[in-house]
Write a new protein. Sequence first.
Length: 71
Amino acid sequence: MVGIKEEIRSMMVREGQSTVSVVKLLNAKYGREDSSQNLSNKLSKGTIRYSEVKEIADILGYDLVWVKRKE
């Protein structure tokens, strides 16, 4: 099973973005002063909040969509 860390890093690579560039974009858009180390730690520890994942998806040009499984 692929974890959130791998999913987010995979999306960043696909979009040609690094952790540093994503954090810079997040800080500019959402008026924060987070560090790339902070994001890396959250990804490594699995402590990233859903709201932060949504913001990263937005920065990378993705929508998070919940889809009902077919049974």
